[in-house]
Write a protein that binds this ligand. Structure first.
Ligand SMILES: NC(=O)c1ccc[n+]([C@@H]2O[C@H](COP(=O)([O-])OP(=O)(O)OC[C@H]3O[C@@H](n4cnc5c(N)ncnc54)[C@H](OP(=O)(O)O)[C@@H]3O)[C@@H](O)[C@H]2O)c1
Length: 316
């Protein structure tokens, strides 16, 4: 049985808490790390319907010191991921850390090296890889589109946290790029599977914390990807993959619910691709626990690549 802990109970932490509450085989949720234990316990009971965990809520430093769980989910602000993940790995825990892995490229590599040295799992919270429909498209990509040529990801969502930590650049380096863009880049990295050889980007504003970004990537395979993200307005999120033999159009699949519609077009015919709607955070948790038990890759190597790309897109 893998004992899982959670650090942070904000927006992302609540998604993880719901998955932990649902439960997965071979894992038990043993601990929550929070700065204000009473407040955290109130959120658990009143908002999430979790039974009282008061005696299992501990201070973040206590949780990070080790001994309370085998695997830790870290859902704290971006700028804290490095310190929290480093301490958790050093204390012998497997780590599922929210995206992006770190704010600096060197930090991302240090975490990967530490996880390797300790033989611990280092997974990053790219739950869109665990969307059932996306998994189907990934598995059948060649059959659906032939040779993949282009990837387009558009995601615009008016973030209400205009005076939050991201908007202020406190414990953060990017806004639209870290809230949404890093997911889009991850999807492109996952779908192509190869190396990015060229990057072009426009950001608005051009310096400082980004609110909109348009990014073009060229992969070594010849695939071109375009990412369009914004935290200023709402637009239908979409992921479109086109190849020599067809196109896959995922509408409304980007998000936390595992929902949306996926249409396959080939030979002038459109067919809906069916999939089960299932919480991607729960599926992500299952994968994490399985990895902790020794099944599958221990480390998300592309997570460090993602930080490198964010740095190239927005070097300041
Ligand atoms: N995968 C996704 O789609 C997704 C979605 C949303 C967010 N995220 C990621 O999740 C992370 C958190 O974002 P969020 O939106 O959940 O932020 P949030 O709502 O502001 O929550 C942040 C949490 O971190 C805690 N925290 C802040 N400073 C801390 C510290 N010094 N030590 C320990 N805990 C601390 C906060 O506790 P207090 O209540 O004590 O302040 C709060 O529980 C970010 O990296 C973000 O990119 C991912």
């Amino acid at each position: 049985m893998v004992r899982v802990g959670l650090l942070g109970l904000g927006d992302a932490g609540k998604h993880h808490a719901r998955a932990l509450k649902h439960g997965v085989v071979d894992a038990s949720w043993t601990t929550l790390g929070a700065r204000d234990a009473d407040q955290a316990n109130r959120v658990l009971v009143d908002e999430l319907g979790v039974s009282d965990m008061r005696q299992h809520v501990v201070a973040p430093d206590e949780l990070l010191a080790g001994g309370r769980c085998d695997a830790l989910i870290i859902a704290t602000p971006d700028g804290l991921h490095f310190d929290h993940a480093r301490r958790a790995l050093a204390a012998g825990m497997h780590v599922l850390v929210e995206k992006p892995l770190a704010l600096e490229v060197a930090q991302a590599h240090e975490l990967v090296a530490l996880a390797q040295a300790r033989d611990r799992v280092l997974q990053v919270g790219y739950q869109l890889r665990h969307h059932v429909g996306h998994e189907r498209v990934h598995a059948q990509l060649a059959e659906l589109v032939g040779t993949l040529r282009t990837i387009h990801v558009r995601w615009a969502w008016p973030d209400p946290a205009v005076d939050g930590w991201r908007a202020r650049g406190h414990d953060a380096r990017w806004w639209s790029l870290a809230a949404l863009g890093t997911h889009a880049i991850d999807l492109a990295l996952w779908l192509d599977g190869g190396e990015v050889v060229e990057v072009h980007a426009l950001r608005e504003p051009p310096a400082g914390i980004d609110r909109l970004a348009e990014v073009s990537l060229r992969f070594a395979s010849g695939v071109l990807a375009h990412v369009s993200v914004a935290v200023t307005h709402r637009a239908q999120p979409s992921l479109v993959l086109a190849g020599d033999a067809g196109e896959v159009d995922c509408a409304g699949t980007l998000g936390a619910r595992g929902a949306g519609t996926i249409t396959h077009r080939a030979n002038r015919e459109a067919t809906e691709l069916g999939f089960a709607v299932e919480d991607p955070y729960l599926r992500q948790l299952r994968t994490f626990v399985a990895r902790c038990e020794g099944s599958g890759a221990r480390i998300d190597a592309q997570a460090a690549t993602n930080v490198e790309l964010l740095h190239r897109i927005s070097p300041a």
